[in-house]
Write a protein that binds this ligand. Structure first.
Ligand code: NDP
Ligand code: 8X3
Length: 250
């Protein structure tokens, strides 16, 4: 029987690439995001390979998260894999100059949103006595950088939540994998810099950044590992990157 994966943030970047990798591996998909047109377009393509359904919600909206996941037909509730990927950085600035609305977006989305989605799905996995949760953290969750403290804090929280989930869920047959990418060329910087394309492009100039598919390949490796194996932590950097803030540019 084919497995079912629910992917948050499936409309772009790492989530979208993971959906494509899973479809190639025969995994049925519940694709989530806030942009229905993109969800429909991706579902239209991938439904040639696997069964696909979509859910439209903002992970920050607790009621909507619980209602939308609760509204899935019974068959789709047999979720084997949860990819907690939705998230972004908003702004790059010091704490004294930072915009509290940006802080809300990061803490509410990257941390509380991940918790709400997990809260909706963990009971379904417990009922089945199996499951696999993959949380997308960041190198920023392991190494703090100036002007990114709130984003780094949100990703450090993801690291801790991965550890907490593993401690609580391993005994119930549920695996937890924490994935910490370095610089990946997605819409991430466009969102961080509020649509400023030239500023976003500069982030990835002078070196070869990771592509979303590189992270999707690693996630696929983790979810396809033998039953006896848990891939607990993966840190994936571009070859030119040695730390969160050190990228060897030409
Ligand atoms: P993208 O901006 O390309 O994708 C972000 C995805 O998250 C989109 O699908 C977006 O969908 C979704 N999303 C964002 N906020 C919300 C929200 N409030 N509710 C629901 N969905 C939301 O960036 P990436 O693919 O790079 O980012 C994916 C994850 O990877 C994030 O958690 C990010 O922090 C992490 N990461 C990224 C790195 C990078 O360098 N790119 C490095 C390390 C980690 P929609 O707008 O349709 O809702
Ligand atoms: C995204 C990577 O280094 O821009 O999480 O914060 S970084």
């Amino acid at each position: 029987m084919s497995r079912i994966a629910l992917i948050t943030g499936a409309t772009s970047g790492i989530g979208k690439a993971t959906a494509a990798a899973f479809a190639s591996s025969g995994i049925d998909l519940i694709l989530c995001g806030r942009r229905q047109e993109r969800l429909d377009e991706i579902a239209g393509i991938l439904s040639a390979q696997v069964k696909v359904t979509t859910l439209l919600f903002d992970v920050r909206d607790k009621g909507s998260v619980l209602a939308m996941i609760g509204s899935l037909p019974d068959h789709w509730k047999n979720i084997d894999i949860l990819i907690n990927n939705a998230g972004n950085a908003h702004g790059l600035g010091s704490l004294d100059e930072g915009d509290p609305d940006d802080w809300d977006a990061m803490i509410d989305g990257n941390v509380k949103g991940l918790l709400y989605v997990s809260k909706a799905i963990i009971p379904l996995m417990l009922e089945q006595g199996k499951g696999h949760i993959v949380n997308i953290s960041s190198i920023a969750g392991k190494q703090t950088y100036a002007n990114g403290a709130v984003y780094c804090a949100s990703k450090a929280a993801v690291e801790v939540l991965s550890e907490g989930m593993r401690l609580e869920l391993t005994q119930h047959g549920i695996k937890v994998t924490n994935v910490a990418p370095g610089a990946v060329e997605t819409e991430f910087s466009l969102v961080r810099f509020k649509g400023d394309e030239s500023r976003a492009e500069k982030v990835y100039q002078g070196f070869e950044p990771l592509q979303a598919g590189d992270i999707a390949d690693a996630i696929l490796y983790a979810v396809n590992a033998p039953a006896r194996v848990t891939i607990a932590d993966l840190t994936i950097l571009a070859a030119a990157q040695s730390a969160a803030t050190i990228i060897h540019k030409k």
